[in-house]
Design a protein around this ligand. Structure first.
Ligand SMILES: CC(C)(COP(=O)(O)OP(=O)(O)OC[C@H]1O[C@@H](n2cnc3c(N)ncnc32)[C@H](O)[C@@H]1OP(=O)(O)O)[C@@H](O)C(=O)NCCC(=O)NCCS
Length: 196
C-alpha cells in the first residue's frame, strides 16, 4: 500500500474539535498570521526568521503556495470555534508516498500558549493522516531547546528518537534537532489517547 495524499488536497477536510476549527489556509489568513510570526519568541525555534515586513509575509506565502501546488504540504488555519479568531497554523508535509510517512508542524501566537490548543488541533489531523491517507509513520523535528513543543509531541503520543547535534545555525546560535515519531500501531493501541 502507498500513502494516499489525494484526500488531503481534494476532500478539503475541515476539522472541528471541542474548542477549535481547522480549515485549509487561504491568502485571506495572512494578515492575522502576521501578528503571530512578527513575534520573535514565536519564531525563535522555527526554520524561518521573524517576519519584519509585509514582504517577509508574502515570501512565506509564496513558499507555501509552491509547496501546495507541488502537493508537498498542506497548511491549515487554526481558529477558535466560537470567535473565529486565528490562533496559528498546522502543517502536514514531508510526504513519502512509497514509505507511507509524513511529518507534522504547528505554530500558534504567544497569547494562546499553555492552553492545550495545539494538542487539540493536531489530534484530528493525525487521525486523518493515519485513517484516510494510510500513513504508517508521522514524524516531527524540532529545535532541541523547544521544550514546549517536545511536551506537545509527548502528549500526542510521539516517541523521542534521538538528536542530531549542532546541525542548525540560526541568528548566530548553533543548536541541534530532536526527532520524534508516532507509528500507526502505537496510536491504534491507545498510546495517543492514554498519554494526554
Ligand atoms: C510549542 C507550542 C506549539 C506549544 O503549544 P501549546 O498549545 O502552547 O502547548 P500546551 O498548551 O500543550 O503547553 C505546552 C506544554 O509544554 C510545557 N512547557 C512550556 N514551556 C516549557 C519549557 N520551557 N520547558 C518545559 N516545558 C514547557 C507546558 O507546561 C505544557 O505542558 P503541560 O501541559 O504538561 O503543563 C507553542 O508554544 C508555539 O506555537 N510555539 C511557537 C512555534 C513553535 O515553536 N512551534 C513548534 C515548532 S517544532
Amino acid at each position: 500500500m502507498a500513502l494516499d495524499i489525494e484526500p488531503l488536497f481534494t476532500a478539503t477536510p475541515e476539522f472541528v474539535t471541542p474548542r477549535l476549527v481547522l480549515r485549509a489556509y487561504t491568502a485571506a489568513d495572512l494578515e492575522a498570521l502576521r501578528a503571530v510570526n512578527e513575534d520573535p519568541e514565536v519564531t525563535q525555534y522555527l526554520p524561518y526568521s521573524t517576519w519584519k515586513t509585509l514582504e517577509d509575509a508574502h515570501a512565506w506565502q509564496a513558499r507555501l503556495e509552491k509547496r501546495a501546488a507541488a502537493r508537498e504540504g498542506m497548511q491549515f488555519a487554526i481558529r477558535i470555534q466560537a470567535s473565529g479568531e486565528l490562533l496559528g497554523t498546522a502543517l502536514l508535509f514531508g510526504f513519502n508516498i512509497d514509505h507511507e510517512v509524513a511529518e507534522i508542524g504547528y505554530v500558534i501566537g504567544r497569547a494562546h500558549w499553555g492552553k492545550g490548543y495545539v494538542v487539540e488541533a493536531m489530534q484530528p489531523l493525525i487521525d486523518f493522516a493515519f485513517d484516510r491517507m494510510g500513513c504508517h509513520r508521522l514524524g516531527a523535528k524540532l529545535d532541541v531547546r523547544n521544550r514546549a513543543s517536545a511536551r506537545v509531541l509527548e502528549k500526542l503520543g510521539f516517541a523521542y528518537e534521538g538528536t542530531a547535534r549542532d546541525d542548525w545555525f540560526k541568528d548566530g546560535v548553533r543548536s541541534g534537532t530532536a526527532f520524534y515519531g508516532l507509528l500507526r500501531h502505537e496510536r491504534l493501541s491507545g498510546v495517543v489517547r492514554d498519554n494526554g
